[in-house]
Design a protein around this ligand. Structure first.
Ligand code: THU
Length: 138
């Protein structure tokens, strides 16, 4: 369970990021924010491209922002995804795999929040059962 204070910090960062989304093709704005074990928050938005395939999701952008500026060691405690929609959006498969790369050993809480009443709360283990990740190579 994510403490309320952490949830508020993540939601504010993700909401601000969603407003910065570059989504001229889908018009689907996504903001994401990650919380590290050290307590730092890093946000990102989706950035689309005319080639479509080069689009990057908000979740991976948030994770890469973390890589660029967070203190080491990198360990994600929680990820919040915000969409200004009526139903929540869960991270795509590619983003789940990248999140696995940086997940804390004690697990990652994933929270999907929208403007409607629904919300999805899951652990990364639930989102990617029987995963292959960095610890598979130990
Ligand atoms: N998108 C994300 O940023 N995160 C998700 O979890 C799902 C999809 C973006 C990619 C694209 O810019 C738009 O949403 C529509 O797929």
């Amino acid at each position: 369970m994510l403490p309320d204070a952490d949830r508020s910090r993540l939601l504010e960062a993700a909401t601000l990021a969603a407003a910065q989304a570059y989504a001229p093709y889908s018009h689907f704005r996504v903001g994401a924010a990650v919380l590290t074990e050290q307590g730092t928050v890093h946000a990102g938005c989706n950035v689309e491209n005319a080639s479509y395939g080069l689009t990057i999701c908000a979740e991976r952008n948030a994770l890469f922002q973390m890589v660029a500026s967070a203190p080491r060691p990198l360990a994600v405690r929680a990820l919040l995804v915000y969409t200004p929609t009526l139903t929540p959006t869960t991270p795509c498969g590619a983003c789940r795999q990248v999140l696995l790369e940086f997940g804390s050993r004690s697990g990652v809480d994933v929270l999907c929040v929208c403007d409607g009443l629904d919300e999805i709360a899951a652990t990364l283990d639930q989102l990617v059962p029987l995963s292959f990740g960095p610890r598979s190579l130990d």
